[in-house]
Write a protein that binds this ligand. Structure first.
Ligand code: FPP
Length: 246
């Protein structure tokens, strides 16, 4: 299939589309600062950019898209900024609950959402319920998510199963660990994208990225468009993945 990558027409190999792409949406604050706008306006522009990327991911044929919307570290930001992101999340979840039928996107949250306001938790559960049979794309929104916190919760679940005698400690293998993570039913991401020129993983999907390819874009997240996702997938397809072999 032909796509535009911002510079030229490129062909994406439909047999080699990553099943799972995960994105660290970085640069909302800098986008707003450049325009002398409050940080909240940057996050709003970031949420709008996400809508475009959801459509683009569907078009390209990506099956799972995970986006890092709020990390366990983001609680350290000012209360004003946290409240702004939570308000945005509230309206975003509401908007998507209404659009779910048309969009054919199945949505869920990863992370420990029990720390979010109760009304947000309830509307996320409702969104998960109304989209559960959709199948064009699976959108996983990471909320109060941290890779270390996910592993901590995973270890706790496995210990409980050992205490109850459901499994023995000798049974613990990689598969049991994967199945006790928030991403239990999701394949590991083949491609991780981070925007805004930063090249760090920032506690995102620590277990799942063992063999992922990384693509770093200089674009600030609100400026990240379909053509940039095409370019990232194009770069991915032109790499040689060896998984430790030759
Ligand atoms: C990083 O930019 C972005 C975040 C911490 C929040 C991500 C939120 C969105 C993309 C919009 C909200 C989406 C939903 C689904 C509610 P930054 O603030 O770290 O930017 P900076 O590094 O330039 O300051």
């Amino acid at each position: 299939m032909f796509y535009f990558n911002g510079k030229e027409e490129v062909t994406l190999d439909s047999e080699n589309i990553p099943k799972h792409v995960a994105i660290i949406m970085d640069g909302n604050g800098r986008w707003a600062k450049k325009r002398f706008l409050p940080r909240k306006a940057g996050h709003k522009a970031g949420a709008d950019a996400l809508e475009g990327i959801i459509d683009a991911a569907k078009k390209i044929g990506i099956k799972h898209l995970t986006v890092y919307a709020f990390s366990t570290e983001n609680w350290k930001r000012s209360q004003e900024e946290i409240d702004g992101i939570m308000d945005l999340l509230r309206s975003y979840v509401k908007k998507y609950t209404e659009r779910a039928k048309k969009d054919n996107v199945k949505m869920d949250a990863i992370g420990d959402i029990t720390r979010l306001d109760y009304d947000i938790q309830e509307s996320i559960k409702n969104l998960e319920e109304v989209t559960k049979d959709k199948d064009a794309l699976n959108l996983h929104i990471a909320l109060n998510y941290g890779g270390r916190d996910e592993l901590r919760r995973c270890v706790k679940k496995i210990c409980k199963d050992v205490e109850k005698g459901k499994i023995s400690s000798d049974d613990i293998d990689e598969d049991i660990i994967s199945k006790n993570l928030d991403t239990a039913d999701i394949p590991d991401p083949e491609l991780i994208i981070r925007t805004s020129g930063e090249e760090r993983i920032s506690n995102f999907l620590l277990w799942q990225i063992a063999y992922s390819e990384f693509c770093f874009s200089d674009k600030l997240w609100p400026d990240f468009k379909e053509e940039d996702l095409v370019e990232a997938v194009y770069q991915y397809q032109n790499r040689n993945r060896r998984f430790g072999g030759r």
